[in-house]
Design a protein around this ligand. Structure first.
Ligand code: ATP
Ligand code: GCO
Length: 178
């Protein structure tokens, strides 16, 4: 696997994007940014009030993330970003053509349990329903892999590395529900 991988770790809130993103960046030896840290303050305030973001809220945020990806095109990097809709991923691809996605997929039960075990996070568990409702899984023409979150962090990282080495694309990414 080239050290210059450019990866977006995607999925609903609580799926493990920050955890896996940081671990993957370390494994690949590339910079990492958590897109939660790139939100305009108004977005954080909105989510904290228990209101889901809409396309309008996410647009400037995605632009910032796309810029980060474009800036890291040569040396590689990992971003944790929900990237829930196909059109959001299209927006990111528009700015950084070779970006690939790692979709952390899990059941509502597993993810709700994980959210419940991290009190103090700005994202209220009540928003999980809208996160799943908004989620559009990777389509077959999108470069990326889908990995089950219900396994230890190091196994998720290893599966990503193994599947990437084997030339994985988004095959198996058709289950849109979770
Ligand atoms: N593979 C895993 N096994 C067990 N626990 C995990 C795993 N991945 C993440 N967690 C835990 O689940 C919780 C949610 O993970 P994390 O904060 O990384 O998710 P997230 O997708 O970044 O969430 P958000 O988008 O809401 O910030 C954390 O408490 C984290 O420690
Ligand atoms: O697209 C979205 O609805 C939001 O960006 C959320 O997914 C948050 O960034 C994050 O995941 C919260 O913890």
């Amino acid at each position: 696997m080239p050290t210059s991988s450019l990866v977006v770790v995607m999925g609903v809130s609580g799926s493990g994007k920050s955890t896996i993103g940081a671990a993957l960046a370390q494994r690949l030896g590339v910079p990492f940014v958590d897109a939660d840290d790139l939100h305009p303050e108004a977005n954080i305030d909105k989510m904290s009030r228990g209101e889901p973001l809409d396309d309008h809220d996410r647009h400037p945020w995605l632009e910032t993330i796309g810029r980060w990806l474009a800036d890291h095109d040569a040396r590689g990097g990992v971003v944790s970003c929900s990237a829930l809709k196909r059109k959001y991923r299209d927006q990111l691809r528009h700015q950084a053509h070779r970006v690939e996605f790692l979709h952390l997929q899990g059941t509502r039960e597993v993810i709700a349990r994980r959210q419940a075990s991290r009190p103090g996070h700005f994202m209220p568990p009540s928003l999980l329903t809208s996160q799943f409702a908004t989620l559009e899984g990777l389509e077959p023409d999108e470069r990326g892999v889908v990995i089950d979150v219900d396994q230890p962090v190091d196994r998720i990282i290893q599966e990503y590395v193994d599947r990437h080495a084997a030339g994985a694309t988004a095959s198996g990414a058709t289950e849109k529900e979770n």
